[in-house]
Design a protein around this ligand. Structure first.
Ligand code: PLP
Length: 412
């Protein structure tokens, strides 16, 4: 049964102070020999890997210590999930986001967010189409295709003054599930709370569940506030809303299959647990829980330092790249770039950036349809003509990237 939490006032993200400990973001951090997918994709001498969404920065020391401690105990048998894990998630939301999450809503999942979305869709058994704003990180369309579900892409609106806005009035009726990337991957946009509320209302009118994928939410930069969907939507719509999160993106642990869901509707929680059981999954996970516990209970100072590092990198990159940045990033470590504005050929931008600067980006076509635009008329197929760059880099590598990008800026 859910207790009924009240929402305390939001607290701003903590800023870095002079006393911030040194977590090593200013020094080179070599990932060779670790099987990094991002670096495997970029395998050529001198190329800097800036595609997949994980960080070339050392994670929190507390996570490494917890893993080492657990590994030393040589029983790796089945594990249950400790109820204290739910309280920890609740505490995390209260201290980091200033919102009240009921521990009963929390499901601690032994798989990553992509699998969580797929299993949620299995649990919902959608009969009407799934819909999601695009561009999106690529997983929404992929998961729907893999599940054989019809889906509708809802082009985001791009406004020159403030970047992307969520679409309104485009939802087909009926719609079964609306998937939202919040903050937005690929652009790093933090959606205004009012826009999330409006989308939730529209979703409810279309008969849909709103699933808000917030795996970049803890990476919201100082000065911005991430709207946690389940505590942002109007109270009557809460039971039609799910928030998904994970310590994977936040603490650079995406290689560990772990996530958590906030599911206020008890019936949906039961359906999801039943669906999971059918695939041999239950709440908990040996390594996942050790990592999640260490990250959420001890990772705060590391995260503050990370956010200061990312916000400083963002400032320098956006100053350098100016109008080539499609939508000013406010969270995470992703830059969504207009290839033509960088002087790169839109149809072969990824190759051109690789050849001219030895920087390996993700191609925009991986991210679904491009936005409709109020100021532009060109809107190619997919994310044609765009690139996504991951700037979660140690300082010396970031300096090299800035130098290389300055060269193409000068020629654009
Ligand atoms: C917004 C978002 N959701 C979900 C995922 C999927 O994460 P995983 O593949 O670890 O399940 C990603 C990965 O980049 C992401 O950026």
């Amino acid at each position: 049964m859910s207790r009924s939490p009240s929402t305390p006032p939001r607290t701003p993200s903590p800023a870095r102070t002079a006393a911030t400990p040194d977590f090593g973001f200013g020094r080179p951090f070599d990932r060779s020999g670790t099987g990094s997918s991002k670096w495997a994709r970029a395998a050529a001498p001198g190329v800097i890997a800036m595609s997949l969404a994980d960080m070339d920065l050392p994670g929190p020391p507390a996570v490494a210590e917890a893993l080492t401690r657990r590994a030393r105990h040589r029983a790796y048998g089945y594990t249950v999930c400790a109820p204290a894990g739910r309280e920890l998630v609740t505490r995390w939301y209260r201290t980091r986001h200033g919102v009240a999450v009921d521990p009963d809503w929390v499901l601690l999942l032994p798989f990553g967010p992509r699998t969580a979305i797929r299993l949620l869709l299995e649990a919902v058994r959608p009969e009407a189409p799934v819909a999601f704003p695009t561009p999106e990180w690529g997983g929404f369309a992929q998961v729907c295709r893999a599940a054989g579900l019809p889906y509708r892409e809802l082009p985001l609106t791009l406004r020159p003054e403030d970047g992307y806005r969520l679409p309104s009035g485009l939802l087909p009726r009926p719609t079964s599930v609306v998937l939202l990337s919040s903050p937005h991957n690929p652009s790093g946009r933090v959606w205004p709370a009012g826009d999330v509320r409006a989308l939730a209302e529209e979703a409810a009118e279309a008969g849909a569940l709103l699933v808000s994928d917030e795996v970049h939410g803890d990476l919201t930069h100082p000065g911005h506030t991430h709207p946690v969907a389940v505590t942002t939507v109007d109270e009557p719509l809460r039971a039609r809303t799910v928030t998904l999160n994970s310590v994977g993106k936040t603490f650079n642990a995406s290689g560990l299959p772990s996530s958590f869901a906030l599911v206020p509707d008890p019936a949906l929680r039961t359906r999801l647990l039943d669906t999971m059981a059918g695939f041999g999954f239950w709440e908990g996970g040996l390594v996942e829980q050790a990592v999640q516990h260490a990250a959420l209970s001890e990772g705060g100072p590391w995260l503050d330092a990370l956010l200061a590092h990312l916000a400083a990198a963002r400032e320098r990159l956006t100053d350098l790249l100016g109008p080539a940045v499609r939508s000013a990033p406010q969270a995470s470590y992703l830059l969504w770039l207009d290839a033509a504005a960088l002087g790169l050929p839109p149809a072969a931008a990824r190759r051109a950036l690789l050849d001219r600067c030895a920087l390996e980006a993700s191609d925009g076509t991986e991210f679904g349809a491009e936005s409709s635009t109020e100021s532009r008329t060109e809107s190619g197929p997919g994310g044609h003509g765009t690139l996504r760059l991951n700037y979660a880099l140690p300082q010396p590598v970031l300096e090299t990237v800035l130098e290389r990008l300055a060269r193409i800026r000068a020629r654009a």
